[in-house]
Design a protein around this ligand. Sequence first.
Ligand SMILES: Cc1cc2nc3c(=O)[nH]c(=O)nc-3n(C[C@H](O)[C@H](O)[C@H](O)COP(=O)(O)O)c2cc1C
Length: 129
Amino acid sequence: MIAVRYYSRSGNTKLVADAIAAAVGTQAVSVDASNAALAETADVLFIGGALYAYGLDGKLKSYLESLDASKVKKAVVFSTSWLSRHALDLIKKELSAKSISVESETFYVKNRASEAQLQEAAAFAKKFA
Ligand SMILES: Cc1cc2nc3c(=O)[nH]c(=O)nc-3n(C[C@H](O)[C@H](O)[C@H](O)COP(=O)(O)O)c2cc1C
């Protein structure tokens, strides 16, 4: 099973999450949705968020902290931001703290993805599906 989870305040990260999900044949679910918890083991969990004032949104942080590590075989991280890729490292750090295996390759878009970047997101996702 492949899962896609994200948190997005203004839609930029959601756009990428939706492109990834469509490419791997699933639905992207916001971490604050009622069905955000993993119902079964994910072979791959795509997880994304943005950077807000040098940090992750609290909802994404809580979700990462609440993840059941035994239900994630591997995590793949994506992010959007205005400038900094730091959210990628922050998400990776939370996952590693839970001993979840994290793919070293990540996907990043500056602000709102173009059509071409959404296609890149899809191609990126398919590599891990
Ligand atoms: C309150 C706030 C703080 C932000 N802080 C940063 C920042 O420190 N570094 C950065 O590169 N981008 C920063 N951004 C830009 C967002 O990371 C960027 O717009 C991102 O794509 C938003 O994703 P979302 O639409 O999924 O919420 C900030 C945006 C907001 C609204």
